[in-house]
Write a protein that binds this ligand. Structure first.
Ligand code: SF4
Length: 746
């Protein structure tokens, strides 16, 4: 683990030998070279485990090495030989631990047994599982209403655990089920459900082999979904046009050397991915998508047969686009008319186009409008419900889509609650619950007093850090189900518990024998995952078992056979099949190689919307003028990071080594603001309720449009005001934060 601090331009393609070196280093850092290598051979394999990293689907048939560099980091950190034992906690006060950075906390290893916070010593002390569950039951019993409790879910939670968890929470009496979807693709769900009748993408991996063009907006696959580069490489090599829109120049969108290709590795060859790369300004994607629609409409090449048969609202939409002047589209997108028309021509030249997007689209105030404009673009040319075409929101966490499918949602549909109530013989609560932003508000003002998190790192992942931390500390009890030590354990309520669970790579033995769980990837493939390593400690419990024992402690009069269900997870899956659409015969279908695809009606050009048709939605441009001294900041991940998990201090593709408090800025803004590359600044966000400041960031000159900045989270999450979120979806707008720069005090 070298901490050489430097900024050096990276000239190599993504992947290649450096990806192998970094993977090897990750295994060495966690002292699991042999164990890790053996474990990786089971990663994303039919009878193996699902990588605890991102939600990118697995190829079928599978290759032997079905993992990427960042998958190696995720697996190495889970299989690590390091342990966070009671002795570790006894030696380190929470106050001291809270002074350490996120990389340090992550590097301490796996939790080994349940721990309870002891205020007198400011340390965590061991507690027996039964006492831990009793403590939670007492705290929940003491509440005036179940709505004073919040039950958060991170996207790593398996389908079986998520289904039992939502059932437990609803039997307890609330819909307060915020999840990490609220902070990532909520806007995709809101936009697509209204427009197409399903909040999910309709594309499968096979479509990437048939697409004639792939448009990628606000996504950095080289770091966040690295195996996607394999699909893009295959597509580019067969002549598919790849068009990227991203304010930052990302190596993973430019060039890729496939570590699994002998030619690339021995001959040093690589493949150019994006044939066109455009750098709109932050928040300019709505104007970009509108401009592309304008090119199509004004070219006369609209697929009118599809539009008439399958959509509504075209005429009003087309009129609003025709009326949008090019001058406004150029100003708001930050791109020239020539560039926008070129990208439009590339779109028109394709009869089968996939549109992909990530957080660079969803974490903005107008994200729902932007996503609907991207879907408008697809509808204009009938690019849905045919091979090689469709919307492809690329999800982050490995089972974030599955959790939502299982009912982890603060706004459940009446039909879902009817089926759940009928299957488990109880009356589910009907009042919608808190999403992530509302949960923080409720803890802030005391309406919520107990916070329970199934995985994740809420204190680091959320916006408005100072306010969120104060809200968590105001709770009577905070509980975290986790595999490793993280910030959220240190930002705790008056009472606090850490409940350590099994990891994806570990053997899950229940009364009926070895158990497998299921996950749903970003393209709606549901498949099995079972671990093969001995658990990191004999005192760990599986997530489903934790929920079952908790439910028994909290709901003594429940008629649900909780402990019987977790003896054999097939029993949970049978209940899922009873309640959730598309899971008939679940246990048999999921045992086929690779699992099964959850039906997406759009693939048959069926759009279960209010009108029964896909809808065109017009959205006006912002028309706002930027203040000269206010720049737009987007939070990003480094290459050695997965969500808030910091594996290392390097960001190889952007040339950053050993540093995290850096801010990427254009040469034009350095000159305009009379600042120097390498100089240190404070970043202050500009908001109606005052300033939020993060200090001492090193300026790094980078290829980014003028007026735009980028810096890593969670370090810049303190700058994101809680009420700065997407319209309708309430996704924190972490990708467009208005800020000013000031020289740091020496
Ligand atoms: S692409 Fe994602 S799911 Fe696949 S190995 Fe890499 S991190 Fe894991």
């Amino acid at each position: 683990m070298s901490d050489k601090k430097s900024i050096e331009l990276y000239v190599k393609p993504a992947g290649g030998w450096d990806a192998l070196r970094s993977s090897w280093q990750a295994l060495r850092d966690q002292q699991v070279v042999m164990k890790g290598a053996g474990t990786l051979l089971h990663a994303n394999q039919p009878r193996g485990f699902d990588c605890p990293g991102c939600a990118w689907p697995d190829r079928n048939p599978h290759s032997t090495f079905e993992f990427c560099e960042n998958g190696v980091k995720a697996v190495a950190n889970e299989a690590t030989s390091r342990r966070v034992t009671p002795a570790f906690f006894a030696q380190h006060t929470v106050a001291w631990l809270n002074e350490q950075d996120d990389r340090f906390l992550e590097a301490q290893g796996r939790l080994t047994e349940p721990m309870r916070y002891d205020a007198a010593s400011d340390t965590y002390r061991p507690i027996a599982w039964t006492d831990a569950f009793a403590t939670i039951a007492n705290a929940l019993d003491a509440l005036a209403s179940p709505d004073e409790a919040i039950f958060y879910t991170s996207g790593r939670t398996s389908n079986e655990a998520a289904f039992l968890y939502q059932l437990f929470v609803r039997e307890y009496g609330t819909n307060n089920l915020p999840d990490c979807s609220n902070m990532c693709h909520e806007a995709s769900g809101v936009a697509l459900t209204e427009q197409l009748g399903s909040g999910k993408g309709s594309v499968t991996l096979e479509d990437f082999e048939q697409a004639q063009a792939i448009f990628i907006f606000g996504q950095n696959p080289g770091t966040n979904h690295p195996r996607m580069l394999g699909e893009l490489r295959g597509a580019a090599r067969r002549g598919c046009r790849i068009v990227a829109f991203n304010p930052l120049r990302e190596r993973g969108l430019e060039r890729f050397a496939n570590p699994q290709s002998p030619a690339d590795m021995l001959a040093g060859t690589s493949t150019q991915l994006a044939s066109e790369y455009y750098q709109p300004r932050i928040g300019g994607d709505l104007a970009v998508a509108t401009a592309l629609c304008k090119v199509v409409i004004e070219s006369g090449a609209v697929d009118h047969a599809f539009v008439e048969a399958h959509t509504h609202g075209y005429e009003d939409f087309a009129a609003s686009v025709r009326a949008t002047p090019w001058e406004a589209l150029e100003r708001e997108s930050g791109l020239s008319r020539a560039d926008l028309e070129q990208a439009g021509r590339t779109y028109l030249a394709s009869d089968a186009t996939i549109v992909c997007w990530g957080m660079g689209i969803t974490q903005h105030p107008r994200s729902v409008a932007t996503i609907q404009m991207l879907a408008n673009l697809l509808l204009l040319r009938g690019n849905i419900g045919k091979p090689g075409a469709g919307p492809c929101p690329v999800r982050g966490h490995s089972n974030v889509q599955g959790d939502r499918t299982m009912g982890i949602y603060e706004q459940p549909s009446p039909a879902f609650l009817d089926r759940l109530g009928a299957a488990f013989d109880f009356a589910p609560p009907r009042t919608h619950g808190y999403d992530t932003v509302a949960a923080i508000e409720a803890m802030s003002d005391g309406r919520a007093k107990v916070f329970f998190a199934m995985g994740g790192n809420f204190a680091a992942a959320t916006p408005d850090t100072a306010r969120t931390h104060a809200a968590l500390r105001r709770c009577d009890l905070t509980v975290h189900v986790s595999t490793k030590l993280n910030r959220s354990h240190l930002v705790h309520g008056r009472d606090a518990l850490i409940l350590p669970c099994l990891g994806r790579t570990e053997i899950d033995l229940q009364a009926a024998g070895l158990q497998a769980v299921t996950v749903e990837d970003s393209m709606s493939m549901v498949h099995l995952s079972s671990g093969m390593n001995p658990p990191a400690s004999t005192l760990l419990m599986s997530e489903p078992a934790i929920v079952a024992h908790l439910a028994v402690a909290v709901l003594p009069r429940s008629r649900t056979p909780w402990l019987w269900l977790v003896e054999d997870y097939d029993r949970i899956r049978d209940r899922i099949a009873q309640v959730i659409d598309g899971f008939d015969d679940f246990n048999a279908r999921v045992r086929t190689d690779g699992g099964f695809h959850l039906h997406h009606p759009g693939r048959e050009r069926v759009f279960p919307t209010r009108s029964g048709k896909a809808g065109f939605f017009a959205h006006a441009l912002d028309g706002r003028d930027a203040q000269a001294d206010v720049l737009q900041l987007m939070t990003v991940r480094s290459h050695d990071q997965y969500n808030t998990t910091v594996y290392g201090m390097d960001d190889r593709y952007r040339g950053v080594h050993g540093l995290r408090r850096v801010v990427f800025i254009s040469r034009a803004d350095l000159e305009r603001l009379d600042l120097r590359d390498g100089e240190h600044v404070d970043i202050a966000s500009v908001w109606h309720d005052g300033e939020r400041v993060v200090r001492d960031f090193r300026l790094v000159e980078y290829d980014i449009p003028a007026g735009c900045l980028a810096a890593y989270f969670p370090e810049t999450n303190p700058l994101v005001p809680l009420d700065h979120h997407a319209e309708r979806a309430r996704t924190p707008a972490s990708k467009s934060i208005p800020v000013r720069l000031r020289r740091s005090a020496a």
